[in-house]
Each structure stands twice: as structure tokens, then as C-alpha cells.
Design a protein around this ligand. Structure first.
Ligand code: DGL
Length: 261
């Protein structure tokens, strides 16, 4: 099926998931919505997050999406049940990878960096309870990180200071795994690794989401079997410069469009 995979995030961070999806499924077409106008979702009420998720879903459906990837931990943990009950299209969500970290930790202490919206969600509490009740989970809200990434300040003094203030206390708690629970954060991995050092393994859920997307497309007979590489359309409801710069190394066939949604 040549219909596209629809992907949305509160902003440009979900492109980290888009990269994993296109590398596993190069033949598929994609449409990506960057709701940067409303970022960060992580500081909004659950009602607002649900409203934004519905708006994004409806636009992706209008554009012919055959499956929707909610490339945002905050939107997934706060709205995926409602989306699944409201629409027939299959949804893939993303959640912090607590389970693998909890299974592998030797120090019995793991860190999780995510938004307030994700850490305070019922879905996160139940996953944490289920898989990590016998270990220490050091939770940290990454307040301000999404805003800096959205405004193009990925490598800035403010970013370094915030990362130090969030990660140093975790190291004191002897974590050996750090779970990145926000799709913007993979862009911070080089800086995070410098701070946490070699004894801490940094993990995110990007590859797992790509594999799950593939599995569901296969199961529902929705895969694209054409012989051409896919084409990719990005829509953003603010100025497109920062999104364009984050995609500047991408060699695929894509276009970036500003659209008010
Ligand atoms: N990329 C979103 C996530 O994974 C960022 C949330 C936000 O906008 O605060 O949670």
C-alpha cells in the first residue's frame, strides 16, 4: 500500500523516531507533523494533550495515513487509549524503555529523564510499578530541554547547565542505565554521554518503535511493495528553519512545508 505512515510529535523531536522508521522501512512513504506551535506538551494539562493529539490524528487521516505513529512519549502516555477507541486506524505509541533498563541494571538503580506530562501519567506509573518495583527509579523532569531544542539551542551554555543539573544527582544515586523518555532527547545523547560517562548506558525507544511499526504493517497487510524509495513530507506550524537544520544530513527524498494546523 503506497499510503503513507503518519507520524506526529509536539515538535521536531519525533524526527529521531522518523529516522529509525525510514532506516528500517526505506520503501515506505511518510508524513510527519511537527506541532511546534503547541510545544512543549509536557507542561500542558491532559485535556490539552488529548485535544492536540486528536487534531494531529485528523490531519494525518485527511492526508491518507494508513497507520499513525505517536512519536511523542507525552502524547502516548496521555492520549493513546482515547485515540485507539476513537479511530479505526492502527496506532503505534512510544513509552520510556523502563523494562529493559530494569532487567539489565546491576546497581539496581536507573535514571529516567522525561517530561512532567509523561512522568505524571497513569500509564507511566503502571509500567514503572510493573517492571521496576524492586529497584530504585530516579525520575527527573527535563524542564526546559524541549524548548531549547525547538529554538535551535541544542549546543548552548544553557543546555549544558540544565543537563548537568539534571544528570549529576542521578550519578550520585549510582544509576547504571539512563532511560530517555522524550523523543527530543536522542539529539542530546553526545552531550549526555560526556556528562554521565562510560559506566552509564543511555537507552531510548526509537528502534523498538520502528520494529513495532514494521510488525503491525506486516500483520495487517499494509506494507508498501513498490520498488522505489519512499518520499517524505514534513509539515510544521511555526517557522521551518530549525526543523530543516535538524534534517540537514538526511539524504532521503523529503520536503519541509510550513502549514497552520
Ligand atoms: N517529544 C515529546 C515527548 O516525547 C516532547 C514533549 C513535549 O513537548 O514536552 O515527550
Amino acid at each position: 500500500m503506497t499510503y503513507p505512515i503518519g507520524i506526529f510529535d509536539s515538535g521536531i523531536g519525533g524526527t529521531s523516531i522518523w529516522q529509525e522508521i525510514t532506516s528500517l522501512l526505506p520503501i515506505e512513504n511518510t508524513i510527519y507533523l511537527s506541532d511546534s506551535k503547541n510545544a512543549p506538551y509536557g507542561e500542558k494539562s491532559q485535556e490539552k494533550i488529548i485535544e492536540f493529539s486528536i487534531k494531529n490524528t485528523e490531519l494525518l487521516l485527511e492526508k491518507g495515513a494508513k497507520i499513525i505513529v505517536v512519536a511523542c512519549n507525552t502524547a502516548t502516555t496521555n492520549s493513546i487509549d482515547i485515540l485507539r477507541s476513537k479511530y479505526d486506524v492502527p496506532f503505534i505509541g512510544i513509552e520510556p524503555a523502563i523494562k529493559p533498563a530494569a532487567l539489565k541494571t546491576a546497581t539496581k538503580s536507573i535514571g529516567i529523564l522525561a517530561t512532567k506530562g509523561t512522568l505524571s501519567s497513569a500509564l507511566f506509573s503502571s509500567t514503572s510499578e510493573k517492571f521496576a518495583s524492586d529497584i530504585k527509579v530516579v525520575e527527573q523532569v527535563g524542564k526546559g530541554l524541549v524548548e531549547l531544542i525547538e529554538s535551535g539551542k541544542l549546543y548552548s551554555e544553557e543546555m549544558t547547565e540544565l543537563l548537568f543539573s539534571y544528570l549529576k544527582p542521578m550519578i550520585k544515586e549510582n544509576i547504571d542505565y539512563l532511560v530517555l523518555g522524550c523523543t527530543h532527547y536522542p539529539y542530546l545523547i553526545p552531550q549526555i554521554k560526556k556528562i554521565v560517562g562510560q559506566n552509564v548506558t543511555v537507552i531510548d525507544s526509537g528502534q523498538a518503535v520502528a520494529k513495532q511499526t514494521n510488525a503491525i504493517l506486516e500483520k495487517l497487510n499494509l506494507k508498501n511493495f513498490t520498488k522505489k524509495f519512499g518520499t517524505h513530507q514534513f509539515y510544521i506550524n511555526t517557522k521551518k528553519d530549525v526543523l530543516q537544520s535538524i534534517l540537514s544530513d538526511v539524504k532521503l527524498n523529503y520536503s519541509v512545508n510550513e502549514l497552520d494546523f
